[in-house]
Design a protein around this ligand. Structure first.
Ligand code: B12
Ligand code: SF4
Ligand code: SF4
Length: 386
């Protein structure tokens, strides 16, 4: 059995679903494209994503001295069917007021789980090779272009929504890389493309996929609900639907994802209520309860205030008056970002009761930015009452 086959078997045995190998040559097309994206302002909002990082992340030799190969790995997180996709708003609101969490975030934090697995994998390399090897591991936590490596190693191909699509598991995969100084026979990239399909581009509600393979980070719901700290641009809020954390629309509509193998990784099984969580109780969470509920979950990244801000937007978009009491409580939240989005949501739901709460807030609010939102929402609410 070749060394490459033994390495792949070892990875599959540890719970990786897919593995491919590429050289440590630079990803030149990707470096150029990503640099242009930064210059065009399409990566704005992620200050760490700068030209220096783009240079490093596309050059394995800069990341590991003597690098010769990249072993590219993927793990499926598609472990359960989706309770919320395909349900109409009426079906959802008739029972409970629920929002949506992106699939990748329904189980344990993948960074920790996969990092541990990568270390075990690397520890096993000397036994296979018969000598020591230098290696550096990455899983979305360092300057490495995961998608470019996965594409060139034949793990999958770039979809027009910018995700890597794999033939067996669709795009529902986490990507991880091992850069090593061992020379390995590379795999060939897949000869697959999206063809004429443009579903993801047409169905993205915020128009974030501005051209095939090009995403405007600032418009992506994933960015707005996970990475953005502070106020969500007003014009984008109505387009965000009921996403409380992340967004899967451009993957849900993708025909390649229709028939995909299910992942069995216990770490990524859906936690209770993590696909379509009840929104109102999330608004009530204190710091300690937030930490407890989202311990070892990717959702921690949004922080309590970010998640509660997202919940306000989702409730505003659901437009259900049952949310008015909870949102009116959020008008006196200790964080101004939550107060501001609660005011917006009340204005969007409208009606006499919501209007009354907004007027009360207009007499007591001390922050000028929140006050401006309260006043705008009063105007909108008054026009809905009339
Ligand atoms: C920054 C980032 C984000 C940002 C920006 C996303 C983006 N598209 O750039 C935000 C916060 C919005 C985000 C969202 C998501 N992310 Co993210 N993110 C990253 C991160 C850290 C860097 C990605 C990056 O470099 N983007 C910069 C741009 C320039 O790259 P790109 O969009 O991939 O574009 C490439 C193509 O255009 C290609 N290209 C250029 N010209 C051409 C021409 C042709 C013909 C072709 C084919 C390609 C091509 O070159 C570009 C550079 O490689 C990676 C982890 C990592 N270290 O790599 C995870 C990563 C990409 N994210 C991941 C995930 C899971 C997500 C979400 C699905 C989460 C969610 N459900 O909410 C969404 C998906 C949104 C989307 N449609 O992309 C996974 C993707 C797995 C996969 N199957 O592809 C990654 C790889 C993390 C991981 N290790 O698993 N993410
Ligand atoms: S994740 Fe959502 S908002 Fe972002 S590009 Fe895909 S569909 Fe658009
Ligand atoms: S929806 Fe169509 S265009 Fe978009 S990634 Fe899937 S196959 Fe490609």
């Amino acid at each position: 059995m070749s060394v490459e086959s033994q390495i792949k078997d070892s990875a599959l045995g540890l719970g990786f679903d897919l593995v491919g190998i590429t050289t440590a040559e630079p990803f030149e097309r990707d470096e150029q494209a990503a640099s242009q994206r930064v210059r065009d302002g399409l990566m704005d909002g992620l200050p760490w994503y700068n030209l220096e990082r783009v240079h490093r992340m596309n050059r394995p030799l800069v990341l590991l001295e003597g690098a010769r190969s990249v072993i590219s790995l993927a793990v499926s997180y598609n472990t359960s069917s989706d309770a919320s996709v395909g349900k109409s708003r009426n079906e959802q609101t008739s029972a409970r007021l629920t929002g949506k969490i992106a699939r990748y975030a329904r189980g344990d934090d993948y960074h920790k789980v996969i990092k541990k697995r990568l270390r075990t994998f690397v520890d096993g390399l000397p036994d296979i090779l018969g000598h020591a090897a230098s290696a550096r591991v990455f899983v979305d936590d360092g300057p490495m272009n995961d998608r470019a490596a996965a594409e060139r190693a034949g793990v999958g191909w770039f979809g027009k929504n910018t995700n890597i699509l794999t033939p067996s598991h669709g795009s529902w995969v986490f990507l991880a890389q091992v850069i090593t100084d061992v020379g390995l026979r590379p795999d060939a990239p897949l000869k697959k493309t999206c063809g004429n399909c443009v579903r993801c581009i047409d169905d993205c509600p915020t128009g974030a996929i501005v051209a095939p393979y090009v995403l405007d980070n600032r418009r992506c719901i994933s960015y707005l609900t996970i990475e953005l700290r502070g106020v969500i641009p007003r014009e984008l809020r109505p387009l965000m639907g009921d996403w409380a954390f992340g967004c899967d629309i451009c993957q849900d509509v993708c025909p390649v994802n229709r028939k995909t193998a299910t992942g069995f990784d216990p770490a990524f099984q859906k936690r209770h209520d993590f696909d379509a969580p009840e929104l109102l109780p999330l608004l009530e969470l204190g710091d300690e309860e937030f930490r407890e509920r989202f311990r070892n979950s990717p959702i921690k990244r949004a922080k309590r205030v970010g998640l509660q801000r997202n919940v306000c937007v989702a409730l505003g978009n659901l437009g259900d008056a049952r949310a008015v009491p909870a949102l009116s409580k959020a008008l006196v939240h200790d964080d101004l970002v939550v107060r501001l989005h609660a005011a917006w949501a009340l204005g969007r739901i409208g009606g006499e009761v919501a209007l009354g709460h907004l007027k009360f807030a207009s007499e007591h609010e001390t922050d000028t930015e929140v006050m401006a939102e309260v006043e705008l929402s009063i105007t909108e609410s008054e026009s809905s009452v009339r």
